[in-house]
Design a protein around this ligand. Structure first.
Ligand SMILES: Cc1ncc(COP(=O)(O)O)c(C=O)c1O
Length: 457
């Protein structure tokens, strides 16, 4: 057995290129190999158990591991009909499309693809093609927000507000323009909520005017910034951005790749703010990562921009992704939504999420190195600082030590990493929507112990 494990580790070291990982670190350490998962827990190749507070490392296994209802649905579907290109419907893709839009007032069309980056690329292509069809190529610019992330492909990176994810991969796609973030703790306008005029929303209008409204066709934002530090905008923000987009005929694209499907205690993050976007993208939790699945969801108005005289051969949405047609992925999405509904997981995310935030504030709030604690639903962040007065950010290395300590003690928590220059200082938490209060207690306790071990009480 031990030799088998050793051989697998050697093969991993010899051939597998791990994502976003410096392989030189494996000279003295073995890579982690995960072999099993059930509910909130996973086991590694040595049989060590972990409570996973990150839903698969990147916030995506929303219903937890080993969910038989999804496995059975996928297995039945791929036996019966595994694949046909997205140029046609399949029973699960049709059912899934209806099932998704039933959760979203005002949106009605679903375009399937295999990843969040691609779902965003589709949205960008829709903006660009509308510009070509309707505005003589003008209105092609897309605005994005500092600290947000929209994916890993070159154009998705071009729309990314995380400098460290972008650096060394340029030149970027032209036509993407950044505006300021909306994190109150580090307000870019040096204001305080309560006495400010929501400058962070107004900056969207200023940026449109600076670039020329005739040139701007889209604004993309995360409803709650994820990898940029778990940042929920204040309640006034989204309605103001919606109004600005309406005023200048700009499509508002909401990236729900992380926040979709119950993560924040509502089906979609934007639903906390009472707005209707023009386009919503979602991925990770859509099939809880039992299969690769993403969606670009639009209003009928957006869709209709691409319904034109068939004799004009260039006027429909000329996009295709092979794996957007995987019937097993659509079946996984359908079954996943049913599990979330049947087990009331959106409600659980809200209730247990409230408890989580309360516990984090109660148990960690007075620690000398805690600058800010933020979160919505089962999605939370603890920003660590060297000094509460100056707000100097704790180093990425120190956060890695805290995360490593928790890992050693069998709890997987996360941290913002290699995203924002000198601001990778937020511990992140994103447990599956099935989390119980007992799971939360264990996560909070482990974090407290990790912080105490690395930073002192
Ligand atoms: C908000 C957001 N959008 C898009 C993406 C890209 O998704 P994918 O990795 O599936 O391409 C991510 C990935 O983490 C994300 O956090």
């Amino acid at each position: 057995m031990t030799t088998q494990i050793g051989k697998l580790v050697e093969k991993d070291k010899a051939h597998l290129w791990h994502h976003i990982t410096q392989h030189a670190n494996f000279k003295n350490n073995d890579p982690l190999i995960i072999t099993e998962g059930k509910g909130m827990r996973v086991w590694d190749i040595n049989g060590k158990e972990y409570l996973d507070a990150l839903s698969g490392g990147v916030w995506s296994v929303n219903v937890g591991y080993g969910e038989k209802r999804i496995v059975d649905a996928v297995s039945e579907q791929i036996m019966k009909m595994c694949y046909f290109s997205g140029t046609v419907g399949t029973i699960p893709s049709v059912e899934l499309a209806e099932s998704i839009v039933k959760k979203m007032d005002g949106l009605s069309r679903v375009y399937l693809s295999p990843s969040g980056s691609e779902a965003n690329e589709k949205a960008f292509k829709m903006v660009r093609q509308r510009a070509a069809l309707k505005f003589d190529g003008q209105k092609y610019k897309i605005l994005y927000r500092d600290r947000d992330y929209h994916g890993t492909t070159i154009t998705a990176l071009s729309a990314g507000g995380q400098e460290e994810r972008k650096m060394q991969y340029g030149p970027y796609t032209p036509g993407f323009v950044e505006f300021e973030h909306c994190c109150c703790y580090r307000c870019p306008f040096d204001k305080k909520y309560g006495s400010c005029s929501i400058e962070c929303a107004k900056t969207v209008e200023e940026t449109i005017l600076r670039e020329g409204p005739e040139n701007v066709g889209g604004v993309i934002i995360e409803p709650i910034t994820a990898g940029g530090g778990i940042i929920a905008p204040v309640k006034e923000y989204m309605p103001m951005v919606r109004e600005i987009c309406d005023k200048y005929d700009v499509w508002l694209i909401i990236d729900e790749v992380v926040c979709g499907l119950g993560r924040t205690g509502k089906w979609f993050g934007y639903q906390h703010y009472g707005i209707i976007p023009d386009i919503v993208t979602t991925a990770k939790g859509l099939a809880s990562s039992y299969a690769p699945l993403a969606a670009t969801i639009t209003t009928e108005e957006v869709f209709n921009e691409f319904v034109n005289d068939p004799s004009d051969l260039a006027s429909y949405f000329r996009d295709i992704s092979t794996y957007g047609g995987c019937a097993g992925s659509a079946a996984a999405g359908m079954a996943n939504i049913k599990v979330i509904e049947d087990d009331n997981l959106v409600e659980n995310s809200r209730i247990v999420g409230d408890y989580f935030l309360e516990q984090l504030k109660e148990k960690l709030g007075s620690h000398k190195n805690v600058g800010d604690i933020r979160g919505v639903g089962l999605f939370a962040g603890v920003e660590l600082v060297v000094d509460r007065g100056t707000k100097e950010a704790m180093s990425e290395k120190t956060l890695a030590e805290i995360v490593g300590h928790c890992m050693k003690n069998g709890v997987i928590i996360g941290r913002t990493n290699r995203s924002l220059p000198k601001l990778n200082n937020t511990l992140t938490f994103c447990p599956a929507l099935i989390a119980t209060k007992a799971d939360i207690d264990q996560i909070v306790k482990s974090t407290m112990e990790g912080m105490a071990a690395v930073l002192g009480e």
